[in-house]
Design a protein around this ligand. Structure first.
Ligand code: N01
Length: 545
């Protein structure tokens, strides 16, 4: 048994995860004088960017905006080589931050948290790791990200397959050489759409198995120019502040007109220009694309026509053109030559929308009654998003209540930050907050600041426990659904709705009311003496009263 296994440690705070949330939390907690341990499942920092190393992995928020704003020197000194950064550059940035702020000494790598139970008598969390260590902490923060539990579908015969299998969300660290191989890619979400063009360049043959086609906009990525970089760096503090109060936490130049308020020529012209600019700003072509089916239809049809224009084989083009849900209601994809890839001789598309893959064989798989042979199968099949990673830990609050049990019909949080009956458990970008419907870095910084300032408030007022009121939580849960129901989002079978996981409750999990609106709500909550939260005084102080 190692020293750590025998040790029972007590700290002020345990943070799970050393991605962008965990790193910034640790930095802030340390400045506050909290003794803090970060427990990280991976062998290094970076979270999503540590695990998602598949060929072509890239962020689709611009680098100048997808970065920390909390330190002026950091944002001035760091240089991003491209407009949209590739995974290795983002991972290098996360490592730079860890070194620059000397964070590693409080992070344990290759450690998985198995359980976290709240003890009502001691008013502390007791956290257990897969290494047998037990840690007692006043504050427990799940900084585990929203899309961090990779999902491999349970297809009959998978265990018998003799070739190699990969999942985009837990890609090997060493380079995988696909030269000369026949490979299958299952899944055409953001990950598949990024990986397929790169895999097609290397492999002998790629067969893509598509259950649902996706709308994708070209990224029009390019090397960073010094003028563009300077235009951000000169005004960074002001621009960052502006971003915090936008709809999605990024500068997208929203056209303030509804799509049907302009004539057909202006509409098409607007879509053309946005397509040329590239990126997710396409959805900001008009202000009602995610609210009005009629408006959305015009944008959806524009993209379908672009696909028909790019893909030479009309049958393949039709299969690639999404028709069963409005554009933007499944996460919009951003690509580098995705549709063009289907013009290559070595790429085939197999439609499995009518019938799922039947089984995996020793040599490949069977779909649509046909046998295929592959050297490797790449699963780009997504994640048990928003709740999957929280449920992987046996989290129990008051009266031994399991988080999973409380949330059996869907996540219940106040502001996506806390859940009643789980005192001092904070979630960074939890369900019910803008999270995945925002520039994650903006939302992460906001939540980390909220949590840190809540702890400062508690310390200043002799408070020991913080927890939402059940009424405030119920109202928030309703408000999250009301906000979603005003949009077209519930019309798609997306992972936002939990629809990709068999048996998962079907409801919209992130808060779609807008990053700026949400931030103002949080500010009002704090200004109103943490309205909707209740606190308990330190036990000693309470006893003396
Ligand atoms: O996962 P997904 P992802 N048989 O769930 C299919 C972020 N991200 O890893 O649509 C056959 O979107 C599934 O089909 P369907 C981003 O937020 C960001 O691609 O459910 N197919 C779908 O096509 C993104 O949204 C970036 O019918 C099966 C695909 O697999 C999120 O991560 C880059 C199947 C899964 O798509 C997740 O993206 C990458 C089965 N049994 C990811 N099961 C950037 O910043 C699932 N599928 C650019």
């Amino acid at each position: 048994m190692s020293a750590k296994q025998q040790r029972e440690t007590t700290v002020d705070a345990v943070i799970v995860g050393a991605g962008f949330s965990g790193l910034y939390l640790l930095h802030r907690f340390r400045k506050l004088g909290l003794t803090t341990r970060v427990l990280e499942r991976g062998g290094g920092v970076g979270g999503t960017w540590y695990w998602n190393r598949y060929p072509g992995a890239r962020c689709d928020v611009e680098s100048m905006q997808y970065s920390y704003s909390f330190d002026e020197e950091l944002q001035q000194e760091w240089h991003w080589p491209e407009k949209f950064s590739a995974q290795p550059d983002i991972l290098a940035y996360a490592n730079h931050v860890a070194d620059r702020f000397d964070l590693r000494k409080d992070i344990d790598f290759d450690v998985e948290v198995k359980a976290a139970h709240f003890n009502e008598a001691t008013r502390r969390w007791r956290i257990e790791t897969d290494k047998g260590e037990k840690i007692t902490a006043q504050f427990f923060v799940m900084a585990t990200g929203c899309i961090s539990t990779a999902q491999t579908p349970n297809i009959e015969g998978l265990d018998n397959y003799q070739g190699n299998t990969y999942h985009t969300g837990s890609w090997p660290h060493e380079k995988v050489d696909f030269t000369g191989q026949r490979i299958a890619v299952i899944g055409t979400g953001s990950s598949g759409i990024q990986a397929i063009p790169v895999l097609a360049e290397e492999a002998a043959h790629v067969t893509v198995f598509q259950r649902t086609p996706n709308y994708s906009i070209p990224s029009q990525n390019e090397p960073m120019t010094s003028d563009y970089e300077a235009s951000w760096k000169e005004k960074y503090p002001a621009l960052r502040e502006e971003m915090r109060y936008t709809g999605h936490g990024s500068m997208k130049d929203l056209n303030d007109k509804p799509a049907m308020s302009v004539d057909e020529e202006e509409r098409q012209d607007t879509y053309e220009k946005r397509w040329e600019i590239g990126g997710a700003g396409f959805l900001a072509s008009f202000n009602d694309l995610l609210f009005s089916q009629e408006s959305n239809d015009t944008a959806s049809e524009f993209v379908r026509n672009q696909i028909r224009r790019i893909v030479k084989d009309p049958e393949t083009a039709e299969l690639l053109a999404p028709k069963t849900y409005p554009i933007g209601t499944k996460r919009i994809c951003i690509d580098s030559g995705y549709f063009q890839t289907y013009n290559r001789e070595n790429v085939d598309l197999v439609d499995i929308s009518e019938k799922p893959i039947e089984r995996i064989t020793r040599e490949g798989l069977v779909a649509n009654g046909r046998e295929f042979e592959f050297d490797s199968i790449v699963f780009a099949t997504g994640f048990d998003a928003m709740t999957g990673t929280l449920f992987n830990v046996d989290i129990r609050g008051r009266n031994d209540l399991a988080l999973k049990e409380k949330w059996y019909a869907g996540p219940r949080t106040y502001l996506g930050l806390m859940s009643e009956a789980f005192p001092n458990l904070f979630m960074i970008t939890g369900p019910g907050s803008p999270s995945v419907k925002s520039n994650m870095l903006v939302s992460i910084e906001q939540h980390v600041d909220f949590v840190t300032e809540s702890i400062i408030h508690m310390r200043e007022h002799g408070l020991e426990l913080m927890e939402p009121d059940v009424a405030a939580e119920d109202d928030w849960v309703d408000h999250v659904q009301e906000a979603a129901n005003k949009t077209l989002f519930p019309r798609a079978n997306s992972w936002y709705m939990g629809a990709n996981i068999p048996g998962k409750p079907r409801l919209f999990m992130p808060y779609i009311g807008g990053v700026g609106t949400y931030r103002r709500i949080c500010e009002e909550v704090v200004a109103d003496n943490y309205k909707g939260f209740r606190f308990e005084a330190e036990a000693a102080a309470a006893a003396a009263e």
